[in-house]
Design a binder for this molecule. Structure first.
Ligand SMILES: *[C@@H]1O[C@H](CO)[C@@H](O)[C@H](O)[C@H]1NC(C)=O
Length: 346
């Protein structure tokens, strides 16, 4: 009874602590949202000549303002006057004029910046500055949270995945993909082989994206020992290796003819051998039988030359003629050899 009471008290305390923590969390979230804060990726990669989007979110300690009452500025962190983006383009550094653009809505706390036609000197660091047209004016430069960009001079070739050997008549899937940081102008992927193509792209987080293309086709025998090639086309005049290829080896389907032809030829060969054996055995038997019944022919007929010559005797003309009549024409060779031996030994 006492134990139960204690555990009940503990449980109610647990609930109260949980509630307290929850309200503390809510309070903190409200308070924290009400400060000057920016959320960017400190290190980004960019492909020279293409574009790069620097993700950016910000908060300010004031009521939510509409986009047109928020002045957003991106500048270099060394010199605040080196402006790379400003609504008033006359204030933008010549080198960046026309190349920078805010994407997303300032009214929704989105300060993401697109830099187009990336140059290899666009390394930054770049920092965001916000000016609110409230009264009195509120402004803040987030110089502690800036973005540095690492330049990639040459694009890596696309990543092509495929099975090394595919099966004739069964759909085969090839996947070509590439990672990049230019989501406002997604690269396009194309294929050297016709088929069903599904293209998509997704965010990998931290400003990185992946464009992907899936090619599905049903290989035929003619596709074997060819190459399937994936070609990438970037936004901008990007240098690098744009193609990736994979060899295709097609495993042929076992059709009825693939089974029947070898089976038939095997059967035919076996039959042929059988018939030959049968004939040979039959002939020998007959021959031996004949020789055994013949007069003095047993040694000469079977032994050819290995029997002592003295033992070989001349067959009588009578038995010779009998031999011929008993046997078929085919036996001539054999008989002649035997005769040759016989007569040659004389
Ligand atoms: C900011 O806007 C861009 C463009 O509309 C969008 O892709 C991105 O997801 C937005 N970022 C956030 C944090 O909402």
């Amino acid at each position: 009874m006492f134990v139960m009471k204690v555990s009940r008290v503990q449980a109610s305390m647990g609930v109260q602590t949980g509630l307290f923590l929850f309200w503390l969390h809510v309070l903190c979230a409200v308070v924290l949202a009400d400060v000057w804060k920016v959320d960017v990726e400190h290190k980004m990669e960019a492909l020279v000549s293409s574009c790069v989007v620097l993700p950016c979110k910000f908060t300010y300690p004031a009521q939510q303002q509409p986009s047109d009452r928020i002045r957003a500025i991106w500048h270099k962190n060394k010199n605040w006057d080196d402006i790379i983006f400003h609504r008033d383009s006359t204030l933008v550094e010549d080198n960046f004029k026309g190349r920078t653009k805010l994407i997303g809505s300032l009214g929704s706390f989105n300060c993401s910046l697109e830099i187009d036609e990336v140059k290899n000197i666009d390394n930054g660091p770049f920092c965001f500055r916000v000016e609110l047209e409230t009264a009195p004016k509120d402004k803040y430069s987030f110089v502690d949270n800036c973005v540095s960009i690492t330049m990639i001079e040459e694009a890596p070739k696309p990543n092509l995945e495929a099975e090394t050997s595919v099966h004739e008549g069964e759909p085969a899937v090839f996947k070509c993909s590439v990672r990049h940081t230019c989501p406002t102008h997604q690269p396009s992927l194309s294929w050297s082989h016709p088929g069903k193509i599904i293209s998509s792209y997704k965010s990998l987080g931290h400003g990185n994206w992946e464009a992907e293309s899936l090619l599905t086709f049903t290989p035929t025998k003619e596709d074997s020992h060819t190459f399937v090639e994936c070609t990438i086309m970037y936004h901008g005049n990007v240098k690098g290796e744009m193609k990736a290829s994979r060899p295709v080896f097609v495993k042929e389907k076992a059709t009825l003819s693939h089974i029947i032809i070898p089976a038939l030829s095997g059967l035919g060969a076996a039959l042929l051998v059988g018939v030959v054996c049968f004939l040979v055995v039959k002939r020998y038997r007959k021959r031996i039988a004949d020789l055994q019944s013949g007069v003095g022919m047993n040694n000469a007929g079977t032994g050819f030359g290995d029997q002592p010559f003295s033992k070989a005797r001349m067959p009588s003309p009578k038995s010779q003629s009998k031999c011929y009549t008993a046997e078929s024409y085919d036996d001539d060779d054999y008989t002649n050899t035997a005769d040759l031996n016989l007569y040659g030994n004389i």
